[in-house]
Design a protein around this ligand. Structure first.
Ligand code: ADP
Ligand code: MG
Length: 249
């Protein structure tokens, strides 16, 4: 088997003497989609932030394409050129047009020509049904459109890995589907992704592998079908029962 694209190895993270990640191991193969599920506070965002080197790990290591990105000698800016990350709150720059939001990093960080960056941005906007929004400012877009722009912006750096942290959580229910649609398209195009989500139906549909986090421990992992149909761990079963029950209210 070839090396995984991402390897998280024995990662510990502690905040104020409180362990939040307790020896997490996770391999993600190229083109694989991994969904992180688990209760609020279980450590999903912290894990994504450690992968994106927004946090330093207290123990263990994270390897991206074989390189130890948690090594003190690794340059976080260089690492982040290869990873795209999208948050719940889209964090678009309000004073910039959609096009400028998308071309900023390719031009400033990746040192591409403005013409090349604009061409690529227009291609992406076109592909994801937002071609007519290029000149708009973010506050003129719906939440779903803003989040789609945020995903396009993350893709504009041509990352080898995309991290998505609860990207549909802030959206009105009728806007969730359009954001899921873009993630589905990226999966079909072979993008490697790790996403934290509360949307169990979506996780079941899109994930190759589902990982259940509980109190900072990656308690169970497996193919989506298996985790949702016959989870091995009682805690996974209990979590799924609770989440599904709350959805039916
Ligand atoms: P999740 O994304 O699964 O809801 P988080 O990774 O956000 O979980 O949080 C895990 C735990 O770490 C929570 O108890 C949270 O309060 C704590 N935590 C997260 N970030 C910080 C921080 N910067 N400082 C202190 N505690 C934090
Ligand atoms: Mg979170």
């Amino acid at each position: 088997m070839s090396d995984p694209l991402l390897r998280v190895e024995g990662v510990w993270k502690t905040y104020q003497a409180q362990p939040v990640l307790r020896g997490v191991d996770l391999d993600v193969a190229a083109h694989e989609v991994v969904c992180l599920i688990g209760a609020s506070g279980s450590g999903k965002s912290t894990l994504l932030r450690c992968v994106n080197v927004l946090e330093t790990v207290d123990d263990g290591a994270v390897f991206l394409e074989g390189e130890d990105i948690t090594d003190p000698g690794a340059d976080p800016d260089e690492v982040r050129k290869r990873i795209g990350m999208v948050f719940q709150s889209y964090n678009l720059f309000p004073h910039m047009s959609v096009l400028d939001n998308i071309t900023l990093a390719p031009v400033r960080v990746h040192k591409r020509s403005r013409a090349e960056a604009v061409e690529q941005a227009r291609e992406l906007l076109d592909r994801f049904g937002l071609a007519d929004k290029a000149a708009e400012y973010p506050d003129r877009l719906s939440g779903g459109q803003q989040q789609r722009v945020a995903i396009i912006r993350a893709m504009a750096g041509r990352p080898s890995l995309l991290l998505l942290d609860e990207v549909t959580s802030a959206l009105d229910p009728e806007l969730v589907t359009e954001v899921m649609g873009i993630i589905r398209e990226l999966k079909d195009a072979g993008m490697t992704m790790v996403l934290a989500t509360h949307e169990m139906g979506f996780a079941r549909d899109i994930a190759d592998t589902v990982c259940f986090l509980h109190d900072g421990v990656l308690l169970e992992r497996g193919p989506a079908e298996q985790i949702f149909a016959e989870p091995a761990e009682p805690r996974t079963r209990e979590f799924l029962r609770r989440v599904l029950a709350s959805r039916r209210l």
